[in-house]
Design a protein around this ligand. Structure first.
Ligand code: AHR
Length: 486
């Protein structure tokens, strides 16, 4: 029996709902065939499923694609939109059927905010500045008039603007000191057109543990931005060679994957330290705007499309990272898993008219009660499984309290063989009722179009105790405990 302690007397703050954000790039079948139809219309089955996650924010149009994207190509009558080559992702034709208006219609349907990643690598300051004016200017101006001509009277009121993407790589191969100056320049011309819609400017951030990048950007450009981003992908194999199969992996690879994903905590903490040390007192947020698993593509699929299956191993990766972000809600202001549909660690996979929900989708659904809730300090008595580059704790936990006093405690059992009996002690509140759901299966368990519900949440037996609640988590599982409390 392991003890878990949840202390309602101590909190790091409110969990920004944007930690449960998503990312959608013009890459493979994320947009066309995923979120949208081939002609840029909305894919309503996918949208209906995503609505159940309470998606708070959606990042678009890239990724690497963003620094090749010229937003004017994607507005106006379809027949006059430019057809371009998607040079980053498979060299396929991009006919710009899905552009600014279509993306904003999607966000409105989902009830989420838009996070635009602007073109810094191959665009111009004027082009980026015009995009903000096009989206946000309510009065008379050249860009607002153009938006009206294209059928949209009211401004879109886009708050979140990324100043380039991976400027150290596909976004221009810049040095951080150079990028910091470019970022300052772009930021200067991204104008706020309505005091009720202040812009939130996000600098292109570091890859993984490149703390020098964060320091250089925050030190030099900190006064012109609100947040700096960071990207960290969980890749069990070699970043540049074989990354490993999404479904066909060994026990060693299972533990290596979890060990590697746990590094997110150290990176979040170290980037936060650097931000706080060099921001001159300004509260600059950390935006983890790309995270998740990255495996070899499914056999027989286009290597440039990054289409991968999604198993219980992915569910644990999602649970671990969301627990980490919850517990670092005093610095992580947004996170966007990569990517929403059909790309990398997706929520949804589609095949023609069919769609399925992945184990990762179910984790986001089970965790959605953490959005905007008050984070609570939590602690699990753990045993370390395996050693060295496979070492992981058996349990991983986070907790929060909603405005009505109810608690959500989310626990992952990382042990692939043994069930975990847990006794959760609640401090500062008295539980009056508890219910639980669990997502469980073998590490490689996944949903297919033939068996779309092979992995799905199920009720979990849980008992109230004098001090909290007790339950037994199956091996390789994620559980969500909903606790009514006085
Ligand atoms: O998400 C896939 C790619 O990964 C993005 O386009 C890029 O930003 C990152 O390298």
């Amino acid at each position: 029996m392991s003890h878990i302690i949840v202390n309602a007397n101590r909190s790091a703050g409110v969990i920004n709902k944007n930690i449960y954000g998503h990312f959608s790039e013009h890459l493979g079948r994320c947009i066309y065939g995923g979120l949208a139809t081939a002609d840029g219309g909305m894919r309503t089955d996918v949208v209906e499923a995503l609505k159940k996650l309470n998606v708070p924010v959606l990042r678009w149009p890239g990724g690497c694609f963003a620094d090749t994207y010229h937003w004017r190509d994607g507005i106006g009558p379809r027949e006059s939109r430019k057809t371009i080559v998607n040079t980053n992702w498979g060299g396929v034709t991009e006919d710009n059927a899905f552009g600014t208006h279509e993306f904003m219609a999607l966000c409105e349907a989902l009830g989420c905010e838009a996070y635009f990643s602007g073109n810094v690598g191959s665009g111009t300051v004027q082009e980026f500045s015009d995009w903000v004016e096009y989206c946000n200017m309510g009065g008379v101006s050249p860009m607002a008039d153009l938006r009206r001509k294209n059928g949209r009277e009211a401004p879109f009121n886009v708050r979140y603007w990324g100043i380039g993407n991976e400027a150290w790589g596909c976004g221009g191969n810049m040095r951080p000191e150079y990028y910091a100056d470019v970022c300052r320049q772009y930021s200067t011309f991204l104008n706020c057109y309505d005091p009720k819609v202040p812009l939130y400017k996000i600098a292109s951030g570091a890859s993984e543990d490149d703390y020098h990048w964060t320091r250089a950007v925050v030190e030099r450009a900190g006064r012109t931005i609100d947040a700096v981003s960071m990207h960290y992908y969980t890749i069990p194999g070699d970043n540049w060679g074989k990354k490993g199969s999404a479904t066909d992996f060994t026990r060693d690879e299972y533990y290596i994957t979890l060990h590697k994903t746990l590094r997110m905590e150290e990176m979040v903490e170290n980037h936060t330290r650097v931000i706080r040390r060099f921001a001159g007192g300004k509260p600059i947020g950390l935006v983890v705007d790309e995270w998740g698993t990255w495996f070899d593509v499914e056999p027989g699929t286009n290597p440039g499309f990054l289409y991968q299956q999604n198993t219980m191993r992915d569910a644990l990766v999602a649970a671990i990272n969301l627990n980490i972000f919850n517990d670092h809600c005093d610095s992580v202001v947004m996170a966007n898993i990569a990517q929403t549909v059909n790309v990398l660690q997706a929520m949804i996979l589609t095949e023609g008219d069919k769609m399925l929900l992945t184990p990762t989708y179910h984790v986001f659904e089970m965790y959605k009660g953490h959005q905007n809730a008050r984070q609570l300090e939590s602690y699990a008595e753990t045993r370390t499984l395996r050693a060295e580059d496979q070492a992981v704790p058996d349990l991983h936990v986070s907790a929060s309290q909603q405005a009505d006093g109810a608690l959500l405690v989310t626990v992952a059992n990382l042990n692939d063989e043994a069930a975990a009996p847990v006794n959760c002690l609640l401090a500062g509140v008295k539980a009056t009722a508890v219910s639980a759901r669990v997502l469980a299966g073998a590490p490689g368990a996944h949903n297919t179009f033939a068996t779309p519900d092979a992995v799905a949440p199920a009720p979990l037996d849980v008992a109230l105790t004098d001090t909290g609640f007790a339950a037994t988590l199956p091996p390789c599982s994620v559980a969500a405990f909903a606790v009514q409390a006085d």
